[in-house]
Write a protein that binds this ligand. Structure first.
Ligand code: C5P
Length: 236
C-alpha cells in the first residue's frame, strides 16, 4: 500500500520545500502545501515542489460564493494537485460547484481528477468559540453534520481531528476519505498540538491519510524520522 503520510511543508521558502521533498523521496505518500507557502510563492512555487515528483495536497481551504470557488478550482487544476479542499461551512451549493469545477478543469487540463475534501470545524475552535459566532451545536456534532453535508455534495472526504475519526467514519461509511492532522509519533514533541494521536492509533481508528509536519520537517534527519514513522505503522 502507498504510504498514508502527507508531510506538511509549513514554510515560505521554495528551496527549503524542494530540498525536503527530495530528501523524502520514496519515504512518504505526498506533501501538503498550505496558505503560508502559496501566498509567499504562488503557483510557480507549487510547480517547483511538484517537479520533485511528490504528490500534492494543495491545502487552500476555499470558502466563498459558489461561482468564485469554482473559478479558484479551475485556476489550480493545471497544477495537478492530488488533493484540494474547501470549507464545508461554505454550504452545499458551494461544495457541489467546487466538485463540478474540479472535474471539468481536470478534464480540460488532461490532469487526473483530484480528491476534493472538506474542512469541517477548525480544531482551533471550541464550543464557546462556535457559540460566539452563533453556532449552537457542540464542535463534535457540528463536525459530523458538516461531514454528512460534504458527502451529500459528493466530495471525497474531510479533514478531521484524530478524536473525530470514529464518529465521522460511522456516519459517512468506509469509502469516505479521512485526512487527519494532529499526529505525533510516540517519540516526538507535541509542540502546540494539544489533542493528538499516534500514527498507528489514528490508522487503527480509520484514518486514510496522516498529515504530519514538525515531527518530520523539524527532525535533525527528516528522512530518518519518516522511516521511523513508516516502521511504527508497519509500512517499512
Ligand atoms: O507540524 P504539525 O504536525 O503540527 O503540522 C500539522 C499540519 O496540519 C499543519 O499544516 C497544520 O496547519 C495542519 N492542521 C492541523 N490541525 C488541523 C488542521 C490542519 O494541525 N485541525
Amino acid at each position: 500500500m502507498p504510504s498514508p503520510i502527507l508531510v506538511a511543508l509549513d514554510t515560505t521558502s521554495t528551496p527549503e520545500a524542494v530540498a525536503l521533498c527530495e530528501r523524502l523521496a520514496g519515504l512518504v505518500g505526498g506533501v501538503k502545501l498550505g496558505l503560508e507557502f502559496f501566498n509567499a510563492n504562488g503557483p510557480e512555487g507549487v510547480r517547483a515542489v511538484c517537479e520533485t515528483g511528490q504528490p500534492l495536497f494543495l491545502d487552500l481551504k476555499f470558502h466563498d460564493i459558489p461561482n468564485t470557488v469554482a473559478g479558484a478550482m479551475r485556476a489550480v487544476a493545471p497544477l495537478r494537485p492530488a488533493i484540494v479542499n474547501v470549507h464545508a461551512s461554505g454550504g452545499l451549493a458551494m461544495m457541489k460547484a467546487a466538485r463540478e469545477a474540479a472535474e471539468e478543469a481536470a478534464d480540460a487540463a488532461g490532469a487526473p481528477m483530484p480528491m476534493v475534501i472538506a474542512v469541517t470545524v477548525l480544531t482551533s475552535l471550541d464550543d464557546a468559540d462556535l457559540a460566539a459566532v452563533g453556532q449552537r451545536n457542540p464542535a463534535a456534532a457540528q463536525a459530523v453534520r458538516l461531514a454528512e453535508l460534504a458527502q451529500e455534495a459528493k466530495l471525497d472526504g474531510v479533514v478531521c481531528s484524530p478524536k473525530e475519526i470514529l464518529a465521522i467514519r460511522k456516519a459517512c461509511g468506509q469509502a469516505f476519505k479521512l485526512i487527519v492532522p494532529g499526529i505525533r509519533p510516540l517519540w516526538s514533541a507535541a509542540g502546540d498540538q494539544k489533542r493528538f494521536s499516534s500514527p498507528a492509533s489514528a490508522l487503527e481508528d480509520g484514518a486514510d491519510y496522516l498529515v504530519i509536519g514538525r515531527p518530520i520537517t523539524a527532525a535533525p534527519d527528516p528522512a530518518e524520522a519518516a522511516r521511523r514513522i513508516a516502521e511504527e505503522i508497519g509500512g517499512a
